[in-house]
Design a protein around this ligand. Sequence first.
Ligand code: CU
Length: 292
Amino acid sequence: MASTATWTVVAGADGVTNGVFDGRSGNAFYPGRLAAHAGDTIAFNVTSPHTVTFNRPPGTPLPALFGPPNGTTLNTKGQFLNSGFNPAAFQPYTFSVTLGNSLAPGRYEYICALHIGMRGVIDIVPSSVVLPQTDLDAERSRQMAHDLATAARAADKATEWVQNNPLTVLAGAGTRRVTNLRFFPSTITIKAGQSITFLKTNDPTEPHTATFGGEPPNPFGPTTPPFVVPGSGPVSTGAMVTQRQYDFYIASSLGVPSAVTSATIRFTTPGTYHYICTIHDLAGMVGTVIVN
Ligand SMILES: [Cu+2]
């Protein structure tokens, strides 16, 4: 009987510039594919908000996947095993999953319940097969660097795009695998009476809001349109999501009325208005509108 091993998979890659998170984010598991033996343990090192979810029951709304883990050992191929997630108090954590001794060789998949398309693969191979990963750390670093470079290019493209599209702000910019948790441009200057259109069209995997005047009671739901700043209270687009995201989250359970990727906000009064994405403000996703 071969001895068991522990393999590390990192959930998420965070871009850092001068020691500070710079908005670039890889929404992937690193490495994305891993070979292991039954009996081995996978230590998921969750560095940014993600879940590790095996066999999410169909139709389970996102909030039902929050909370503490529902187990630590995968005993059958179809077993629902979920790290859980506490959105109010996220800290990096390690979620260790032991691959039960009775698991048959084959492919086992898991997802992040927060990021559509974020999935990983574990190939369980017979115990007689020697595992191929000799340098997991190098492979992980290579995949992370690749994704963070892709994110940097997406940010450059977004910056260029908004230069040719006045009165438009992109909420996030990325691909199906990476994102920039930023507004493009982060500061925009307009005249009183003009409107800005916030677009979540360049970021397929993250939900975003543009929210003025503080946190609304429901961070995911919109305030009442038409959106006008300054308002008598918070003015928020609510979570802008694609239809695929809406279906994936079962977003109605979060108070999101429909899939929306565009929202227009009018500014009536000169001043400087700071706003946030209520979902990613702690990651630095904030912006400013200067109204002359
Ligand atoms: Cu956001």
